[in-house]
Design a protein around this ligand. Structure first.
Ligand code: NAD
Ligand code: MG
Length: 392
């Protein structure tokens, strides 16, 4: 696998938290990788700088308004600039062996699917893609012979310790959760949470949306759905365990009583390095785990009364069909409204529940249906927000 030829690589969402961590590893072993394309939403200046640094062939901004700036910045560099939704998909279609899927939200679905359809090896950070189109993604992966390597730390941990050859031996999967910044807060205090407090995660430095999801524990709900699709497990075999130190990234329990876990410092460069080098390993400059210093690992059951997002995600997974897509779309709208101070923190799951109730039972036989349902859930969530005008 790791022959002398460099591994060609495209990073979707190159300017984000996962994207920049990926490029940090690439820059440390430049002989090992050849960067094909980098994409971003609108941050043309940052994207241009990254593209020049790693010698990408193509740089794409999703937002057409950012094209002029990107083109000017890349003039004379030999790097092609492009913009728009189609260019994003074309970037994923380029013949890179490995694609890091690190766009946030359902916006990552079209380019990720394009990479799947040409049979690429995909490092999947963009969990929303699996949540909103899990069954479809799995069909396409199978058909195209694509490889999906989970980058989400919990799923990467499970991937490393799960005996996929002998699934009968697996009793359950245990997804660990930090519990987020409000793990010990009462609901009175949680009702007044600000965006600044919600994005300040105790253990992980991440993008704003996933940080809010971690604070509501919707992130763990999305991850239960992600695990169900990735590892073909029924909902009753996926357990969530709060582990505030984020040292054990997840576990698999076997029928003989064995429990296998993957441990590490909370640094996404470990699962990213795992995916980048798979099936080999590459060095990652992360803090080494010093268990004597950490001394204690603690665990507790999640509190679904204070964190109803977990229950909602389980209900959506049980309902099946389009329910997880609806959950995801409504959550994206509610989180954006919270970040803009148009919605109170505790009302994020309330909005999601209202939309799930309205759109229960929708089917998503094909990609068009996924997009239509996603759009409808977003429109309804927007209406609910406009009507209730909840103070932040
Ligand atoms: P981020 O907000 O830091 O970065 C998102 C990236 O996507 C940026 O490059 C941005 O320009 C791009 N983007 C945003 N909206 C877009 C759109 N509409 N079209 C095209 N590109 C768009 O997010 P992140 O924290 O890096 O998370 C990325 C994904 O990885 C998410 O799905 C998240 O759940 C997942 N993930 C992140 C972490 C983490 O530690 N950050 C851990 C596990 C999983
Ligand atoms: Mg995770």
């Amino acid at each position: 696998m790791m022959s002398d030829a460099p591994r060609s690589l495209t990073v979707l969402g190159a300017t984000g938290s996962i994207g920049t961590n990926t490029l940090d590893l690439v820059r440390r072993e430049p002989q090992r990788f050849a960067v094909e394309a980098l994409t971003a939403n609108g941050s043309a200046a940052q994207l241009a700088r990254l593209a020049v640094e790693v010698g990408a062939k193509l740089a794409v901004v999703a937002d057409p308004d950012a094209y002029g700036e990107l083109k000017d910045l890349l003039a004379g560099s030999g790097i092609t600039a492009a913009a728009g939704a189609e260019a994003l998909v074309e970037a994923a279609e380029r013949p890179a062996e490995f694609v890091m899927s690190a766009i946030v939200g359902a916006a990552g679905l079209p380019p990720t699917l394009a990479a799947v359809r040409r049979g690429a090896c995909i490092g999947l950070a963009n969990k929303e893609t699996l949540v909103c189109a899990g069954a479809l993604m799995k069909r396409e992966i199978e058909r195209a012979g694509a490889t999906l390597l989970p980058v989400d730390s919990e799923h990467n941990a499970i991937f490393q310790v799960l005996d996929r050859e002998r699934p009968q031996g697996v009793e359950k999967i245990v997804l660990t959760a930090s519990g987020g910044p409000f793990r010990t807060w009462d609901t009175t205090a949680m009702a007044r949470v600000t965006p600044e407090q919600a994005v300040a995660h105790p253990n992980w430095a991440m993008g704003a949306k996933i940080s809010v999801d971690s604070a509501t524990m919707m992130n763990k709900g999305l991850e239960v759905i992600e695990a169900a699709y990735l590892f073909d497990q029924p909902i009753d075999k996926i357990e969530v365990l709060v582990h505030p130190q984020s040292v054990i990234h997840s576990m698999v329990a076997y029928i003989d009583g064995s429990v296998l876990a993957q441990l590490g410092a909370p640094d996404m460069r470990t699962p990213i390095a795992y995916a980048l080098a798979w099936p080999a390993r590459m060095a990652a400059p992360v803090e080494r785990l010093d268990l004597a210093r950490i001394a204690q690992l603690t665990f507790e059951a999640p509190d679904e009364a204070r964190f109803p997002a977990l229950r909602l995600a389980r209900e959506a997974l049980s309902a099946g069909a389009g329910a997880p897509s609806v959950l995801n779309a409504a959550n994206e709208v509610a989180v954006a409204a919270f970040l803009q101070r148009r919605l109170g923190f505790l009302n994020i799951p309330a909005v999601v529940e209202a939309i799930l109730d309205r759109l229960a039972g929708r089917q998503i036989p094909d990609l068009e249906a996924v997009f239509a349902l996603d759009a409808e859930a977003r429109r309804l969530a927007g209406e609910v927000l406009a009507r209730q005008a909840v103070p932040a």
